[in-house]
Design a protein around this ligand. Structure first.
Ligand code: 5RP
Length: 224
């Protein structure tokens, strides 16, 4: 149902880079990004190569014979395109619905610019009330991290059947009211056994492209 709004946002992101020379583009994970990759094959611009955040996005990129670099091979990433599960008006996000949060955090940290492509449903006033906060955890630390996260007032739940590309598990914390995302991100990252928290507040998006329910596209640019 939301797919058409994801597609119009992805198309606007394509228009943003069309006819520009870009060395390295970072590519996120999920359905929105799958549309974006598909549309990339139509534009005649000059992209040297891509750094992918997941096996699934790599498979999509390979369908179009795009050149893929390992993140350690590149000095920098010019632009990173990804979506989000929730985004607030400060461009802070919850990500990790596709369990690729660790790679997404690494690539977004390397990137000079982060462009987030979303449909209107992803915009919220306060993060964490609707969508659970995903956390990648080393399996042996599951019970300990579970207890530490429960102290925050949310309800952690083990995402069954999911092992990340790094061999870890995902805990989703429900009913968190995230009023101070930057502080919470740092705190959860400091818990022993936590690999990555899916809060992207300290490195938030620079530009947000939204596909609205009335078929318009909004672009918020924080880099100006
Ligand atoms: C993957 C992510 C995705 O960006 C997020 O889950 C949104 O996905 P979709 O485009 O399918 O709505 O963070 O880890």
């Amino acid at each position: 149902m939301l797919d058409k709004f994801k597609k119009i946002a992805a198309q606007a992101a394509i228009n943003y880079i069309n006819n520009k020379n870009i060395n390295i583009v970072g590519i996120g994970t999920g359905t929105t990004i799958k549309y974006f990759i598909n549309m990339l094959s139509d534009i005649k611009n000059n992209i040297n190569g891509f750094v992918s955040t997941s096996i699934s996005s790599t498979i999509e990129l390979k369908k179009y014979d795009f050149h893929i670099y390992d993140s350690n091979e590149v000095d920098s990433i010019d632009i990173y395109f990804d979506s989000a599960d929730e985004i607030n008006n400060k461009m802070e996000m919850i990500k990790g619905g596709g369990a690729a949060l660790t790679n997404e955090k690494i690539v977004s940290s390397i990137a000079n610019k982060f462009i987030c492509i979303v449909d209107q449903s992803k915009h919220v006033n306060i993060l964490g009330k609707k969508y659970p906060l995903p956390i990648e955890v080393i399996p042996i630390a599951k019970s300990y991290v579970f207890k530490e996260l429960s102290k925050l007032g949310g309800y952690p739940k083990h995402r069954k059947g999911i092992i990340t590309e790094h061999g870890n598990i995902i805990l989703d914390i429900y009913n968190l009211n995230i009023s101070k995302p930057k502080k919470l991100e740092k705190y959860i990252n400091s818990i022993t056994g936590v690999v990555t928290v899916g809060l992207f507040a300290n490195r938030c998006a620079d530009i947000v492209i939204t596909g609205n329910y009335d078929y318009t596209v909004s672009i918020i640019n924080n880099t100006k």
